[in-house]
Ligand binder design. Sequence first.
Ligand SMILES: C[S@@+](CC[C@H](N)C(=O)[O-])C[C@H]1O[C@@H](n2cnc3c(N)ncnc32)[C@H](O)[C@@H]1O
Length: 207
Amino acid sequence: MSGLQWRRLRYSLYSPFYDVLVGFDRVRRRSVELASPRPGERILIPGAGPGRDLEFLPGGVEVVTGDLAGGMIRQLRRRGGRVEERTGSTIQVMEMDAQATGLADASFDVVLLHLVAAVVADGRACLAESTRVLRPGGRLLVFDKFAPEDRPLSLLRRVANPVSRLLFTSLDRRLGDLVEGLPLTLECREAAALGGFFELALFRRRG
Ligand SMILES: C[S@@+](CC[C@H](N)C(=O)[O-])C[C@H]1O[C@@H](n2cnc3c(N)ncnc32)[C@H](O)[C@@H]1O
């Protein structure tokens, strides 16, 4: 089974419980606040899972969102329909690989990458893809668990990573490595949850 197939299967199996177990509503609200999307702007949410982020967006925006796992996509469609009715936004849901979306260059104002960069097989490819689809001046929000930039990986991370990576998420990725060489300017990076284990960063796409 390929890595992509394993992620698809795994997250379809998790999908009935995911929404109950994974909240982070305060961080999602903060992320949207930092992105400050305006009516009419286009927002991409790759690897959206059951789509909890949609609940925090303002009305009148145009959202394209997707996931790899069928179970997640079904929930995303249901939630997308409800949010569309309530807010007047348009929400397009598709099967999507966050590392290669097939979407046009520079076609989004905002990309929300929440709990995806450390989950996909190739975090650098995922960040490069999010950057490619952003217009110059567009905002990229990255929320995830990253290893500290300035010191070696802790023993705990090294020991736990093989199992964690297989079942949930990588613990050895550094945000600085993922964005190195990309035309992004870091505007803000802050502790998001669990005493800074999870972080939230705002980048702006350079022209
Ligand atoms: C930890 S969940 C995060 C879900 C959601 N973004 C959130 O904030 O709750 C990771 C999600 O990424 C999806 N995923 C994994 N690899 C992917 C890929 N290559 N492309 C798109 N989605 C992917 C999984 O199916 C899962 O729904």
